[in-house]
Ligand binder design. Structure first.
Ligand code: PLP
Length: 399
């Protein structure tokens, strides 16, 4: 199979093999190029590379073979022409906006976004001269009403963090096309193992590789994927100059993560569905947010758009913030930490952590109440995860 055309290969094979060119040493696992710069044969070659007249590495802020392998493998998995790896998910979002928007261009984003993304839009993007509006992910008419002649980007997370609201990617992509805007999808919750937004018409895909792509909570990283022109001329051009590029070591860890992504996402999804069903009938739980449940208002859309439902389950406990904190504090197995996508299950109180910097009004508009808990279901036995949460529920009933 050619090293560049993976379009006909299965997801599993692509995840393990794509993008790598073995070195003369004959190593089996991908080589880690831990070097900040590269040596030239002579001064003329250096000059040619610097002037873009000859291919080849110069400096790891620009390109690095380990990072390139990660980029090519993720691009093959997303069905993208091109991928640019970044230092974090947030730098992927920053690079996308800074390089693809002109001053005065407007952005519409889904409400209920990850807290730092919302903060970046509200505080920094607007300061750079790009007005931002928010619209409900599940209401396309609201997006249509907010589009102006200056709208150039629609930005969504689907499913959203933490309420798992979905956006109909195909419908919004059509609206973006009519408005001559790009649709950018943060695919962090699903990864290409469950959802490939470009196939539904999106223009750009964002990842926080920190999450499921790593899969074991070790490194921070991100990626932007799309067509060659956007990625090469704009996003890569910005990154190599401004600097928030991915380190070779992190790329190597993420490559190993990609190899097991498909089987991990299947297990995360299976356990999360089982946990969501259990929570739905629990007397201490007033509402469960999980798109795999038939009661989720966008369950049908989820079945069309995703190949499985993912590993994030959010729920509201009876008794407000006091009860939510008590449940969290009573857990012994689940880790109280804001990361997600780890083999270890994590439990978070979004209103006071990931979404704590939003104003009360913004949080209320996003539907993030004090009684809300988010669980990122890991790879432990779901029986043990349930037992741990039950000890939290017992702590409320024994108040
Ligand atoms: C949906 C989503 N997008 C982006 C990010 C930012 O990623 P990073 O922490 O790698 O910068 C996060 C982090 O939690 C996230 O949940």
């Amino acid at each position: 199979m050619s090293n560049t055309d993976w379009s006909q290969a299965s997801f599993s094979t692509t995840a393990v093999r794509a993008g790598y060119q073995r070195t003369a040493e004959g190593e089996h696992s991908e080589a880690l190029f831990a070097t900040s710069s590269f040596v030239f044969d002579n001064a003329a070659q250096a000059a040619d590379r610097f002037q873009n007249n000859a291919p080849g590495n110069i400096y790891s802020r620009f390109t690095n073979p380990t990072v390139r392998t990660f980029e090519q493998r993720l691009a093959a998995l997303e069905g993208a022409q091109s991928c640019v790896a970044t230092a974090s998910g947030m730098s992927a979002i920053m690079a996308t906006c800074v390089s693809l928007l002109q001053p005065g261009d407007e952005l519409i984003a889904s409400d209920g976004l990850f807290g730092s993304t919302a903060q970046f839009f509200n505080k920094y993007l607007t300061r750079m001269g790009n007005p931002v509006q928010f619209a409900a992910p599940d209401n396309i008419d609201q997006w249509r009403e907010k589009i102006t002649p200056r709208t150039r980007m629609l930005f969504v997370e689907t499913p959203s963090n933490p309420l798992t609201k979905l956006v109909d990617i195909a419908a919004l992509a059509e609206l973006a096309r009519q408005a001559n805007a790009r649709l950018v999808v943060d695919n962090c919750f699903c990864t290409p193992a469950l959802q490939r937004p470009l196939e539904h018409g999106a223009h750009v895909v964002i990842h926080s590789a920190t999450k499921f792509i790593d899969g074991q909570g070790r490194c921070v990283g991100g990626a932007v994927l799309g067509n060659k022109q956007d990625m090469g001329d704009e996003v890569f051009g910005f990154l190599r100059t401004a600097g928030p590029t991915m380190s070779a070591f992190n790329a190597w860890v993420f490559l190993k993560g990609l190899e097991t992504l498909e089987i991990r996402m299947a297990r995360h999804s299976e356990s999360a569905l089982s946990l969501a069903r259990w929570l739905e009938q629990h007397p201490q739980v007033s509402r469960v947010y999980y798109p795999g449940l038939e009661s989720h208002p966008q369950h049908q859309l989820c079945c069309r758009q995703q190949s499985d439902f993912g590993g994030i389950v959010s729920f509201e406990v009876v008794g407000g913030r006091t009860s939510a904190w008590r449940v969290i504090d009573s857990c012994n197995l689940l880790s109280i930490t804001a990361n997600l996508g780890d083999a270890k299950s994590t439990i978070t109180h979004p209103a006071t952590t990931t979404h704590g910097r939003l104003s009360d009004q913004q949080r209320e508009a996003a539907g993030i109440s004090g009684s809300l808990i988010r669980v990122a279901v890991g790879l432990e036995s779901v029986v043990d995860i349930q037992a741990d949460l039950q000890s939290g529920f017992d702590a409320i009933t024994n108040l």
